[in-house]
Design a protein around this ligand. Sequence first.
Ligand code: ZN
Length: 790
Amino acid sequence: MRKQFIFYWLMLTAGGLLAQPPAGNYNANSRFEQLGASLPTPNTTRTASGAPGKDFWQQRADYDIKAELDDEKRKITGTETITYFNNSPDELKYVWLQLDQNLFEKNSINATSQNNSIQNQMSSNAVTGLNAPSSVRGSVAGDFSFKITSVKDPKTGQPLKHTINGTMMRIELPVGIKTGQSYAFSVDWNYFINEYYGRAGYEFFPKDGNTNYFIAHWFPRMCVYDDVNGWQHKQFLGQGEFTLTFGNYKVALTVPNDHIVGATGELQNANQVLSSEQLKRMEKAKTATRPVLIVSQEEAEKAEKGKPTGKKTWIYKAENVRDFAFATSRKFIWDAMQIDQAGKKVMCMSLYSKEGNPLWGQYSTMVVAHTIRSYSKYSVDYPYPVAYSCHASGGGMEYPMISFNGGRPEPDGTYSEGTKYGMIGVIIHEVGHNFFPMIINSDERQWGWMDEGLNTFVQYLAEKEWDKDFPTRRGEPQFIVDYMKQDAKNLVPIMTSSDNIMLYGPNAYAKPATALNILRETVMGRELFDYAFKEYARRWAFKNPTPADFFRTMEDASGVDLDWFWKGWFYGTEAVDQDLVEVEWFALDTQNPEINKAEAKKQAEAKRNTVARQRDKDYIKESVVDKNPDMKDFYNTYDPYKVTEADKKKYETYLASLTPDERKLVESGVNFYTLKVKNKGGLPMPVIVKMQFEDGTDSVARFPAEIWRLNDQNVSKVITSKKKVVQWTLDPYREIADIDEESNSFPRQPAQPTKFQLFKSQGFQRGPNPMREAQQSQPPKTGQQGGAKN
Ligand SMILES: [Zn+2]
């Protein structure tokens, strides 16, 4: 109900409604103070603005690798010469290398630190798996760790003393590498390839007896030595990904001569490994607007039935990359389409066995091309000459210029909507990783969110550009609500070391992606955000940023103080829960006796309308005063609400005292609403409120998060409106991830019943496949293959 208040003009002439002193517990200072000591002290390597400083340096490692795949034994044997350039200000007595395959050792930290327990009922697999590395999902038990057969100085032939510590190896150098110097050493190794576990491995197809190989972290790789950690040699436990140094690669891969290979880098000897027909098709791909088949499904199926007659060596070169991976199989279909990205030619390609069709032929390479264009717009132009998407059994995993992606149709060629969009989404995501972290080279072993979160955010933008109705899984604020509502014991801040993160998907992917989306749409606006985000990418392309470099650059380039936001979203685990406690309604008292006395009369009459009075109307047939009019006097007809001459005079005197502006305000009839909003969740966010007016129109008011800076628990805000508001709604477009919508309306909306279903158990069912149902109701088509077409 509308309350009236007396117009007090001193306040208005002082310039409107004055800021209110804080009420209740004052706690906001810590939320809106600067991050200060939480960030590392800036220096000449990393500046206070978040940019690389004048003394920025990073190491470089060039690789010359020769390796052979033994398809029978599923074994890789390799030799490499690493030339390590010491650009640090420090002399290095020893170097550290990463032996990622040692993740699979029985005594690895990964295997032995898994928590497990005995259940009442356990399968034999579960029992034997009690001490197996958890990340070797479904793999054949075995020893897939590296066998290091030689570490030596190639110039002198002298062996180098080396010590293996789990997934790391220290090599002692004959003399220290001084600043500005380089040192070359060589390592020989071999290992048996594990079954695909989400990052790398083989997939065997029992039907045709062939194997697809997706090969990564397959050679001893340099650890990063930098200004942040010194040597980053945190053990590989499976969850925390990779921290790697840029360099140039020359790689010769020897495989059975009926294999098709795709790898990081540009193929150097196409004339030797491709047929003249394949070379011709590759030429066609340079000007095509749809993918051109280099190897068709028919040709791949023919190869599946054949046997190799020898070996072939595929030679690749890659410049300024942080890693090298490859895929190889005789089962591969291969398509390609070249695009022009800001004047640079990029050959977009896909490798997939027939099991991936029809989805892969139709979408994969088109999605690769779209991803490169879309990400280049939001970050930096794609700098590499090729980009592959390869079809692995599931999941998605990224390496420079190449990624291994799931998304497989049913054997009959139909697929669910989830499979289709899952496949397109994962290709966008993994190709997108070329930018974060392959170019903007963050430390994945330490900070999962710096690549996964930023990448998932740009993935969201790219998915919408692919299809405005794309069923994006992560990035929309409302999708993070279930995670934010979790019991506190399941939550850790985004700023948590990769291997210690619980609920990795929501924590490292969805929450940071959502936070960035909120920054872009709600806190900063698209223009300020996009400029700052691109500046971050530009500053740190081919360098190794830290969280502070990101936080500082986003503020430095936009001029928006975001410390409160980083604190709340990245350093904390609180949720957003705003409660619209009440809205008080006021109007200026006009002091007009005609209006005020009429209103007072109406109210008094309403109060007199008691139940007894209603019943007495018929019950008391005739009262004493009705029967005896002489029992009435002045007060039986006196109306205290009648406007008197004295009332009128007083009102005229009041009006005469007002200036014309003041008089206009008093007579405007404007409504004043005081919103009382409570911050129940703790995480301060802008207050966004929609007003629905009596006449059916609406309007939205927005107040910045700084509204909470003097009181982080309760705020009160006055909104004036000529129109009468009938309904108030906080966060009407679901943009701040408020975990409780019910407390967002005033008056409260009538609750809807929570529906529950009568459940008939039908056992385990996969998602719906309406495509198959539709096809089953159609007569079969003739002369149509499931494969991709040019
Ligand atoms: Zn990822």
